[in-house]
Design a protein around this ligand. Structure first.
Ligand code: NAD
Length: 482
């Protein structure tokens, strides 16, 4: 099939590369000239497993890049809209990018096309896209608008796209539903997985993706409700973790006991510094707005967001508890991305926590395996954040180590070396990456989420050293002020 994907970001680029992998002829459209130039030069602008291989495999053959939306529309049967839908100040989704693409598509329609919402959008967007296209001159009989929400997770996006739990096709006419089903045919009939060069996925043996056909409105709601539910699961376990801390229980044991219930499941029950990224925070707010505008009170969503916000504050309190005072402290931060496997910093808890620590007067040396370039842009050249070339360099001489992203590499760090490099043997782990017993054995003071603190035999010595250092810092600041 001939497919256009408008918006070559985390979703569009992955979807476009994967559709080419399924045998379609794909044009990826973007209005960011730098991104287009990089893509045409053979670069992969995001960190995503298997994406460089797919781009290499199909670039210039079944996959091309363009800034010309009208040309891409004329060339294609299916046009996926995958532009951003960021939150506005009031929490509503900003649909201006979607609207501008819909206007552009309308002007170029010369034959029957299916316009597909791939971006996450509130219910009713489908009918708005249709109205905008009609107002901009698209003949009603020459297009349909469908909703095909994307459920990929950054870090495993390619495998998620090619081995989906389900494909949701929200279509109000059979004609467009059939075309969309055809686009995903190699996944739903299982032929893709028989290909010896298929990208490996999480399944062994024969596999066929499951396609769910719904109305366009239901598909829009499915995406918002899915993300809200997953965010709620994370906030739920974080609230349970707080109770565990209060009563001296271990949230990892509690999680094992809850997660093994097949009705609940283990996934997304990981306690930590809270959810982030470009989807959960914004989609939760947008879903709340949709509910409110339609007269439904959905207080569970408010509470989910509140717990998440509080989780970051709790983490700062943990750092304070471990270090007594924060002003003048030198902290090593391991992890900047909002989760492992990606370089995406949008709404990353690590970024929010670092900003709070900077306000408290801390100096930060950070390391992340993928997100350093984006972080350097985020914090700018004049901030008190330095970037190290590796985790051990970040730890050198720091007063404590903070773990903020669950990169597997961090879990494999040499604990004896961590202790030797740190000024004080303190690790505050916002992702429960380490085992408390191992930290204790290594002589590290270890603060994690929802588990008892490990404060070694030398705690009194460390505390008095901290107090001494804090008084020195105060004296220095007093002298500087004088
Ligand atoms: N990132 C995820 O994990 C994820 C997962 C599922 C769904 N989504 C949803 O998918 C949508 C896209 O998210 P993303 O993370 O890929 O965003 P992104 O910011 O990475 O990419 C959006 C792209 O659209 C381009 N763009 C904007 N306006 C354009 C226009 N008028 N014409 C052509 N290109 C234009 C931008 O230059 C950018 O490259 C959002 O609605 C998001 O909620 C994201």
């Amino acid at each position: 099939m001939r497919i256009a994907v408008v918006g070559s970001g985390y979703v569009g680029l992955v979807a476009g590369a994967c559709f080419a992998e399924l045998g379609h002829d794909v044009l990826l459209v973007d209005n960011d000239e730098h991104k287009l130039a990089a893509l045409k030069l053979g670069e992969c602008p995001i960190h995503e497993k298997f994406l460089p291989e797919l781009l290499e495999r199909h670039r210039g053959k079944r996959l091309d890049f363009t800034g010309d939306l009208a040309d891409a529309v004329r060339h294609s049967q299916l046009i996926f809209i995958a532009v951003g839908t960021p939150p506005k100040d009031d929490g509503d989704a900003d649909l201006s990018y979607v609207e501008s693409v819909a206007q552009g598509i309308a002007g170029a329609i010369d034959d029957y096309k299916v316009v597909v919402e791939k971006s996450t959008v509130p219910v009713y967007t489908n009918s708005w896209v249709r109205k905008i296209m009609l107002l901009n001159g698209a003949p009603a009989e020459l297009f349909d608008v469908a909703s095909n929400p994307e459920f990929l997770r950054e870090g495993t996006a390619v495998a998620d796209f090619l081995y989906p739990d389900r494909i949701v096709v929200g279509a109000d006419t059979d004609r467009c539903a059939q075309l969309l089903a055809q686009a995903y045919g190699p996944l739903t009939d299982g032929s893709y997985y028989k290909n010896p060069d298929a990208i490996p996925g999480p399944v062994t043996g024969p596999f066929q993706a499951h396609l769910i056909r719904t109305s366009a409105k239901s598909a829009e709601l499915i995406k918002h409700a899915s993300n809200a539910f997953l965010a709620m699961k994370i906030s739920f376990i974080n609230a349970v973790a707080s109770v565990c801390e209060a009563v001296g229980a271990d949230v990892e044991q509690v999680r094992e006991g809850i997660g093994t219930d097949s009705r609940i499941g283990r996934r997304f029950l990981s306690p930590g510094v809270g959810y982030g990224g470009s989807c959960f925070p914004k989609d939760l707010l947008a879903f709340r707005s949709v509910a409110r505008e339609n007269g439904c009170h959905f207080g569970l969503l408010d509470e989910t967001a509140r717990v998440n916000e509080e989780q970051r504050n709790r983490f700062i309190r943990k750092v304070r508890k471990a270090l007594w005072t924060l002003k003048g402290k030198k902290l090593a931060v391991l992890g900047l991305a909002f989760k492992n496997g990606t370089d995406d910093l949008r709404e990353s808890p690590a970024v929010g926590i670092i900003k709070s620590l900077l306000k408290e007067g801390c100096a930060i040396t950070a390391y992340d395996p993928a997100a350093m370039g984006r972080a350097a842009e985020e914090f700018g050249p004049n901030s008190a954040v330095r970037f190290a070339h590796g985790p051990y360099e970040a730890l050198q001489g720091a007063d404590a180590c903070l773990v903020l992203t669950e990169w597997e590499d961090f879990a494999a760090l040499d604990l004896a070396r961590i202790k030797q490099l740190l000024r004080y043997p303190i690790v505050v782990d916002g992702r429960n990456l380490f085992k408390p017993a191992a930290m204790e054995e290594a002589g590290l003071h270890y603060y994690s989420i929802g588990r008892p603190d490990v404060v070694g035999a030398h705690s009194a010595t460390v505390t008095s050293a901290l107090k001494e250092a804090a008084s020195k810092n105060e004296a220095i600041s007093r002298n500087e002020a004088a």
